[in-house]
Design a binder for this molecule. Structure first.
Ligand code: MN
Length: 498
């Protein structure tokens, strides 16, 4: 699995030449100190690269175009130390095509009451300069993030770190290629969508292959490779025979090992980072890819079941956004399955037929071989476990016919009250914010799908900023949601994104 590039972010400080060389020397020195401190903080997932102070139209334009051309540059952080006439920024901003952060900070934290004079004020006037700069970015309608506060404040550093992951998601979106080895499940609406528009909006390439083309790769996997991988499974996971014959069980597991190796070879050779399958369209495959898909998701591939390419691409993007997160809790394809409606214990049991990513597992992971209630193949092997607890975000990207909408729901993951010994799939259980009644009502009003791309390691703010950068509608369902306001959000979206 190809990881994201070694991305860096450029730090560009704005000023002008009215204040003299001494002032400009201070500006450069201060911005260097800030960049160094941010890099040393240990908070940021990516390095910041200091750039010489921008004071002329020519230099600003040249710098932004160099940022465009540098494949490792994932975005530019701008800050006006002094006043910087914003017309100087127009051409550079117009030609800039990468994520933009406006860090509205100031070198000194406190007003130096005893010594402050006009020279000090002219040198340290971000409150003034950043407003002039902000005006032109707003007037030009350029999407950017604004973060306010002192650069040494851990909360500010945390927000920069968070924005960096959004920027990676924006940069990587146009490198997502989804392999469809099955079409959308017959008659299903919400997983459908306009693939041409998706490429225009998100940059995704979405291609179809006959299922048997990938099945040939599976059939061609050498036995010794399968044996080695089965050994790895047996050493890593608990083998839950549950009365099945040991030899027969192992043969079923070996089928998934062959699928994992064959699929990965196919995806690597053809450069795809996400895949969809469909239980009703398996061609020469002996089993629905279960354990195999779970392992591929763990390696960073996006996945959507029943031909759901939108969710597959979103899972891939969210996985690559979280690649820079320390101690990640996990990101997966997920499906709303069944409710617990007992008062005070409301929640949605999350699962799929098989395909839930083991990165979200809490505790030991087991392998089971069980019949599938749908389809006409062998009993597939799958990984089973329960998911971690804590806050997370569930997203659903839908096509409304005239536009895409991203629905973003804050959820609280919990343990179910009792074990579910007869349920042979990995599960999570969550209560949507603000509660099940309002959360589910809002989700349904927004047209959200049963499939979601889910992560413990991303926030609604990050996903909403990503959607804004893509130029699509984002709606939030969180602790502040009321149905009356949410309906107004949807109505406003109908006007804005018409
Ligand atoms: Mn499904």
């Amino acid at each position: 699995m190809k990881a994201a590039k070694n991305y860096k972010f450029w730090f560009c400080t704005g000023s002008q030449d009215l204040y003299g060389d001494e002032c400009l020397a201070h500006v450069a020195e201060h911005s260097r100190i800030i960049v160094e401190a941010l890099n040393k903080s240990g908070v940021l997932p990516h390095e910041i690269v200091w750039k010489p102070t921008l004071i002329t139209n020519e230099l600003i334009r040249k710098t932004f175009n160099e940022a465009n051309a540098d494949e490792e540059c994932a975005g530019v952080i701008t800050w006006m130390h002094t006043f910087s006439p914003a017309k100087s920024w127009i051409l550079g901003l117009q030609e800039f095509r990468k994520p933009l952060l406006h860090l509205h900070t100031q070198f000194n934290r406190e007003i130096p009451y005893d010594t402050i004079d006009m020279d000090f004020m002219n040198e340290n006037q971000s409150a003034h300069g950043d407003r002039e700069y902000g005006h032109i970015v707003s007037r030009m309608g350029i999407e950017r993030k604004v973060i306010v506060g002192h650069w040494e404040d851990p909360a500010v550093q945390q927000r920069i770190a968070s924005w960096m992951l959004t920027a990676i998601g924006i940069m990587e979106s146009s490198h997502v290629r989804v392999c469809r080895v099955a079409d959308n499940m017959r008659n299903v609406a919400v997983t459908e969508g306009d693939k041409v528009e998706a490429q225009i909006k998100f940059g995704w390439e979405i291609d179809a292959y006959p299922i048997n083309e990938i099945a040939e790769y599976v059939a061609a996997v050498p036995k010794n490779e399968i044996d080695t991988l089965v050994e790895e499974y047996y050493s890593k996971y608990d083998i839950l025979l549950e009365g099945r014959d040991e030899k027969e069980f192992r043969e079923h597991v070996a089928v998934q090992a062959g699928i994992e190796i064959g699929f990965e070879k196919f995806l690597e050779e053809k450069d795809y980072q996400a895949i969809v399958t469909h239980f009703g369209d398996l061609g020469a495959l002996k089993q629905l890819p279960g354990l195999a898909i779970q392992r591929l998701m763990e390696k960073g591939y996006g996945f959507g079941a029943e031909g759901d390419w939108k969710t597959a691409a979103m899972v891939r993007i969210m996985k690559i956004m979280t690649a820079g997160v320390k101690n990640p809790k996990g990101t997966s394809f997920m499906e709303d399955y069944t409710y617990n409606l007992v008062p005070g214990k409301e929640g949605i049991l999350q699962a799929h037929m098989l395909e839930v990513c083991p990165t979200i597992a809490d505790g030991p992971i087991g392998i089971k071989v069980c019949p599938l209630s749908m389809g006409d193949r062998e009993d597939p092997a799958r990984l089973v476990y329960t998911a971690k607890t804590g806050p997370a975000v569930a997203t659903s990207l839908i096509d409304l016919g005239n536009r895409f909408r991203l629905i973003i729901n804050d959820v609280e993951c919990k343990k179910v009250e009792k074990p579910m010994p007869k349920l042979p799939v990995a599960t999570a259980f969550w209560t949507p914010q603000p509660n099940l009644q309002v959360g589910a009502e809002a989700w349904i009003l927004a047209g959200g799908a049963h499939h979601t791309a889910f992560s413990y390691d991303l926030t609604a703010e990050q996903m909403g900023d990503w959607a804004n950068a893509m130029g699509i509608e984002a709606v939030y369902i969180d602790k502040d949601t009321t149905i009356r306001n949410f309906k107004r959000d949807l109505q406003l979206g109908n006007v804005v994104y018409r």
